[in-house]
Design a protein around this ligand. Structure first.
Ligand code: B3K
Ligand code: ZN
Length: 881
């Protein structure tokens, strides 16, 4: 294995390059076997560059075969340059503006890493963020070099009738010999990571959008022939996103064309290339028979996210990759707000918190913890994490909470005004909010620099005689790798005090911390807040809307929590209170104190009441009628986790709480039946979500007839949402019908890769011993596509991330299987391998036997040598003491 310091890049070492490239003129000759790339780069030294300073361009020697190299038309002598595995060094470039011309040959067909130029289903496409452009040509492959690009491409007309790149199409025509060409020009200077090219035989749908200043933008979505109809929802989502960004942030689209291309082989969700977004096709294609409501929502969200990057990411980009969260956290915040405005704000908030707790908290509490703005990395691809994205969005959300809507908007306006066209930093971002609002954000900045989830502890007391109510608050963040000492953070804590009937209790004075409106702003490690003139002992509703990403520790008893579940006017806390009660019962049972019948009944009653409340919408009820996930319980336990007992306890808690409600659940399930044709709108979606939740509860609590009901729903479903829900419920509880339904599903849909993924994921989540053999078997099928990230993630990713009892089996078979897989896939696609390996991040909190086995298995992988930098980096962080 490589050593700790090799390849480590530090934020403190950031320096601008001594040269800049202002214009890029690319010529792609695309052929069936190879592609030749000729690049004309207009290079100039920056002010102050000393004569004789070498020009160092990035270039991946595994991918680029250098043909020729010239400066201002004159070929370079062999001694004038050096091309090694990672770079091209021009020893003494002229100290004036010059044109560097290089020619390289690529083999896109062999590019299984899916970075740079590669082929997916016959289509040539690119992925350049973060460091893929260096696999296309030699370049200053860093986000702070902004250049204007012109792209010419020639390709066989038959193989690639469609030729696309960024910006505007300025010329096209016949190139003889069965070939044709197109020339694209992007007038907006951009970093190389936003470059894109697509060449292929594709179908398309078109649309148009008139911007707020009256400009007409031609929209198109390109896809495999025959899938055009399945792009309509994405097109609709795109138009709504464009309108929303104008209305909410005053941001208008800036080119005359906006193209999206759907491809089948893609390392992540999608990519915001200027004017030419490239998408994983699972985030484009939707039709009711094959896509679920979750797919529809995901498409809407990601289409919006990539579109919003046009301002937050493209026009204002990152100075260096340490600032990744500048564009990602902010853009996730923007897409969350879009969904909240388009659908239900409360439901969106709860779902986002579920995601945060399910993905980011485990990261922040484990060996891979890192600050939202890291200060070092070995492999930047490993930092496209829940911390950078989701915690990054939480930080922006806290900023909006602290500054208020108007104050936040003032800051955003100044950000766009001041930094448009720049590559900038987190500091510059915070500065505009500080200036626009006249506030100091120095302490707030720590959120970006410090890893770990703070624990906020609150204890309360009431003194009837003096009519005072006291809240004692303290915050603590545990050490994380490389950060032993933590500072207190600024915590915006929205709250209210509730009286006996749930209405707010008033107070006449408050002291001890910054309290404004219904928000405590905690700056210190500890505070004692005293409310005076409080007539009766209130129940506190704390951290409303989950106003800060912390673990909240209170001493509220079951009664108070159930009171909040009934009366809190904050829907988030109503939901949270039910979760808390469920969590407490599960944790106590794991500690040897099984719940009393009375406690289970009280929680059941609260669920029943939630279900019967006419004021709560279906989607909210669906979320509320859920017990905390096994991974959530594991995290609350924090150490000595035995996934098998958690599974057992949770299963029997479901039976104890929901079993007695079977009649009511069934009646509600039947009442929600609808003969309506599928519609993707939020209301119909909520209805299906609730109905399917009820079915899952009936099946999981082993209600009589529930397994048959699921089988019926599976057979009669008119859409994929209902069919998959019935399949998943049956497989999760392994009903008698489960194997039959799984078989049927594969028969019906096995020919559709995106639906096959759903089958792979359900199969991989079955919490039964034979699952590993089953997965090995599927992987060994001769036509299983080991180069397709979606398939691999659905099967093995789901197993490693979402099947805790089997992944962390006592005999180590789950760990060994995943490690074997990672070793196999790493040479094909290191990004996929590294991502799946992160499933091990839970290992330090497992009970002793599993922990030891995990450590042995990981250490064996480490000593096996030759791993990619991606996988090697994850592995060594995972094993660092
Ligand atoms: N910016 C891309 C992610 C690129 C990931 C590279 N490993 C998509 C997005 O966040 O919008
Ligand atoms: Zn993004």
């Amino acid at each position: 294995m490589r050593t700790e310091t090799e390849h480590t890049i530090y934020l403190k070492d950031y320096a601008p390059s001594p040269y800049r490239i202002s214009h890029v003129d690319l010529d792609f000759a695309i052929g069936a076997e190879t592609t030749r790339v000729r690049a004309l780069l207009t290079v100039e030294p920056r002010e102050g560059t000393e004569p004789g300073t070498p020009l160092v361009l990035d270039g991946d020697g595994d991918e680029l075969a250098l043909g020729s190299i010239a400066i201002d038309g004159a070929p370079l002598m062999l001694s004038a340059y050096l091309a090694d595995g990672n770079s091209l060094v021009i020893n003494e470039p002229p100290l004036r503006r010059f044109i560097l011309e290089t020619e390289v040959t690529l083999r896109p067909e062999n590019n299984t890493r899916l970075m740079g130029l590669y082929r997916s289903g016959g289509t040539w496409c690119t992925q350049c963020e973060p460091e893929g452009f260096r696999r296309i040509t030699y370049y200053l492959d860093r986000p702070d070099n902004l250049a204007v690009f012109t792209v010419r491409m020639t390709a066989p007309r038959e193989l690639a009738p469609v030729l696309l790149s960024n910006g505007n199409l300025v010329e096209q025509g016949d190139a003889g010999d069965g070939k044709h060409f197109a020339v694209w020009e992007d007038p907006f200077p951009k970093p190389a990571y936003l470059f894109a090219l697509v060449a292929g035989d594709l179908g398309s749908i078109t649309g148009s959008f008139t911007t707020m200043s009256g400009r007409e933008v031609a929209l198109a979505i390109y896809c495999t022939h025959g899938k055009e109809e399945q792009c309509l929802w994405a097109m609709d989502s795109l138009k709504r996103s464009m309108a929303w960004d104008e209305k909410r942030f005053g941001r208008e689209y800036d080119l005359d064309i906006f193209n999206i291309v759907a491809v089948s082989d893609f390392n992540f969700g999608a990519m915001e290339n200027k004017g030419l977004n490239i998408f994983n096709d699972k985030l484009v294609f939707a039709q009711p028979e094959t896509a679920t409501d979750a797919d529809y929502e995901g498409i809407e969200r990601v289409i919006a996210h990539e579109y919003f990057h046009n301002w937050t990411g493209n026009r204002i980009t990152c100075r260096d990759w340490f600032q990744l969260c500048l564009k990602e956290g902010l853009t996730v915040y923007r897409d969350q707000e879009f969904t909240s405005d388009e659908r239900s704000r409360a439901v969106k908030r709860i779902s986002d918190v579920v995601t945060l707790r399910g993905a980011q908290f485990p990261e922040d509490g484990g060996p891979l913890a890192h600050p939202p703005r890291p200060d070092q990395y070995r492999e930047i691809n490993n930092f496209y994490t829940a911390t950078v994205y989701e915690k990054g969005a939480e930080i922006v959300r806290m900023l909006a909470t602290l500054l208020g809507e108007a104050g936040f908007r003032k800051g955003m306006d100044l950000y766009f005004e001041r930094h448009d066209g720049e590559a900038t930093t987190i500091e510059a971002f915070l500065q505009v909010f500080a200036e626009a609002n006249g506030v100091d954000l120095e302490q707030f900045k720590i959120w970006y620099l410090q890893a770990g989830t703070p624990r906020l502890t609150v204890r309360d007391s009431y003194d009837a005689q003096s009519q005072t109510y006291q809240l004692k608050l303290s915050q603590e963040t545990k050490p994380t790798p490389g950060q032993p000492d933590k500072k207190p953070l600024v915590l915006p804590i929205k709250f209210d005090l509730l009286g006996p009937n749930g209405s707010p209790v008033s107070w006449s004075g408050v002291s001890g911390a910054e309290v404004r409106d219904n928000m405590i702003v905690l700056h210190s490690a500890e505070a004692e807040i005293v409310f005076t003139g409080v007539a009766n002992k209130p129940v506190p509703s704390l951290l409303r809307e989950f106003s800060a990403p912390v673990h909240l520790d209170t001493e509220l008893g079951m009664e108070d929590r159930l009171f909040l579940a009934r009366h809190d006017s904050d829907p988030f806390n109503r939901w949270q209170s039910l979760q808390d009660v469920g969590m407490n019962l599960a944790l106590e049972a794991l500690g040897g104190h099984r719940w009393s019948d009375e406690a289970a009944r009280a929680l059941g009653d609260a669920f029943a009441e939630t279900l019967a409340s006419p004021g709560l919408d279906d989607a909210f009820q669906a979320l509320a009628l859920t017990l905390p996930a096994e991974s959530q319980i594991a995290r609350s336990l924090g150490q000595d986790v035995d996934p098998a007992s958690i599974h057992e306890v949770r299963e029997s808690l479901i039976e104890a709480v929901f079993g007695p409600l079977a009649g009511r659940l069934l009646a509600a399930y039947e009442g929600l039946a609808s003969g309506e044709a599928y519609s993707a709108d939020a209301r119909s979606n909520g209805r299906r979500a609730l109905r399917n939740r009820l079915l899952a509860l009936l099946v999981a609590s082993k209600a009589p007839g529930a397994a048959e009901l699921a089988e019926q729903q599976y057979a009669n479903a008119g859409n994929m949402t209902d069919r998959l829900a019935a399949l998943a419920a049956s497989a999760g509880a392994w009903t008698e019908a489960a194997p039959r339904l799984l078989e049927d599903f594969r028969q019906r849909f096995g020919g559709n890769p995106l639906v096959l993924d759903k089958w792979l994921a359900v199969t991989a989540s079955v919490p039964r011993d034979e699952v590993i053999e089953r997965i090995r078997h599927i992987l060994a099928e001769p036509d299983f596509p080991k180069t397709n990230p979606n398939r691999l993630r659905s099967l093995v990713g789901t197993f490693a991330m979402s099947n805790p009892t089997q992944f962390a089996r006592l005999d180590g078979a789950g760990f060994r299987f995943v490690v074997d897989f990672v070793r196999d896939i790493d040479p094909i696609n290191p990004q996929v391998a590294a991502r799946i390996l992160t499933g091990f991040r839970v290992w330090p909190m497992l009970e002793k036997n599993r922990r030891e086995t995990a450590k042995i298995v990981l250490s064996e992988l480490q000593s096996a040598g030759t791993l990619s930098r991606n996988t090697g980096d994850i592995l060594s962080r995972m094993l660092a003491e």
